[in-house]
Design a protein around this ligand. Structure first.
Ligand code: FE
Ligand code: FE
Ligand code: FE
Length: 203
């Protein structure tokens, strides 16, 4: 007599699904092809852009120090001071990137940053010492600078990835995040009190 062994009824949906499948699926952040065509035109472009932002950061430390002295509120002065410290660290990071790509750290004049710095000086000249409008102007100038840097580091990070400089990607991203954060802080400072207070100031 055949005894039928009944299969035990499956309990509905126990959550033990396969654990192995998901692990390997994550794509690496950086392309695994680390073959770098060091003589490629794209590599040359990357190095050129690196020299450009290196010049920009070096000149920014001085320009930001001047702006912080001209600022009216302690809040803005503090925000700029914090970013000066970050900028000094960003210069060190760039030197590390030069090292990663086997190039000597060299600065090449960034015409755009030179222009933005000049514009910041004009803004200071055209606003009254001790006015809140001065701070609104300085914030405007600083945010233009941050946006130029965000664009530059975004591109540099992407190019570093394409060229296979994994270590450089990390370094450039760390700076990119700082520039974005600074831009946000400046927006908060402007929208917090400065814009409203400046609104009632006489020309
Ligand atoms: Fe910077
Ligand atoms: Fe530039
Ligand atoms: Fe910056």
């Amino acid at each position: 007599m055949a005894t039928t062994t009944k299969a035990a009824p499956k309990k509905a949906a126990t959550k033990s699904t396969s654990k192995t499948a998901t692990k390997a699926a994550k794509a690496p952040k950086v392309p695994e092809n680390t073959e770098i065509a060091e003589e490629s035109a794209l590599n040359e472009l990357f190095i050129d852009e690196l020299k450009d932002i290196y010049w920009a950061e070096k000149h920014l430390t001085k320009a930001l120090a001047k702006l912080s002295k001209k600022a009216t509120t302690d809040e803005l002065r503090g925000a700029i001071q914090t970013h000066i410290t970050q900028t000094e660290n960003q210069i060190t990071r760039l030197e590390q990137v030069f090292d990663v790509v086997g190039e000597k750290a060299t600065a090449k004049k960034c015409e755009a940053m030179a222009g933005l710095i000049k514009e910041s000086e004009e803004i200071v000249e055209s606003t009254e010492d001790g006015s809140i409008t001065r701070d609104a102007g300085i914030i405007s100038a600083c945010q233009k600078v941050e946006h130029y840097e965000i664009a530059s580091y975004g591109t540099l990070k992407t190019l570093a990835g394409v060229l296979g400089y994994a270590e450089a990607v990390e370094l450039l991203d760390a700076t990119l995040q700082e520039e974005k954060q600074t831009d946000e802080i400046l927006t908060q400072v402007a929208e917090g009190t400065i814009n409203q207070s400046a609104k009632t100031e006489k020309a």
